[in-house]
Design a protein around this ligand. Structure first.
Ligand code: FEO
Length: 150
């Protein structure tokens, strides 16, 4: 098992969008990926690995729902595209979980699955989620200015 501070799955502060709720959930997603890797490499057994994988997929669904609700609340112009990207990821993860269940959660597959999920998260956060957070923060700042001008 690697030391957690050397883990490639460690949270990278450069991924912080500056919008707390989104950032907190992203941190939890990274933690969940780390937990899967730790469960796998420390020989905790298949059930623990599968349970942590299930937790990650459930948490990802919750995160996407919350983020999509935020986009609806703020009338985010790129909502449909962002939601479609989430849907694609959900479908990809469903296939990966099927593969894990079919082949068994051995270290090679778990490492592959976690690497794919991490790469997707980093790419999505740096692009789509940063754009979303920038939009939401700008809306909040504008609303605050309007209150201050009253
Ligand atoms: Fe943080 Fe769009 O997922």
């Amino acid at each position: 098992m690697y030391a957690s501070d050397l883990s490639p799955f460690k949270w990278d502060p450069q991924l912080e969008t500056g919008y707390d709720k989104i950032d907190n959930q992203h941190r939890q997603l990274f933690k969940a990926v780390r937990n899967i890797m730790d469960a796998s490499t420390s020989g905790k057994g298949d059930k623990v690995v599968l349970d942590t994988l299930e937790f990650l997929t459930g948490y990802a669904l919750k995160h996407f729902e919350d983020e999509e609700q935020l986009q609806i609340d703020y009338e985010y112009p790129d909502y449909l595209n962002h939601r479609a990207i989430h849907e694609d990821f959900k479908a990809a993860v469903t296939e990966l979980v099927k593969k894990v269940n079919h082949e068994g959660p051995n270290e090679v597959i778990i490492d592959e699955v976690c690497s794919i999920i991490r790469a997707w998260l980093v790419n999505h956060i740096k692009g789509d989620d940063f754009r979303l957070a920038t939009f939401v923060k700008a809306c909040d700042a504008q609303a605050m200015n309007e209150i201050n001008e009253m």
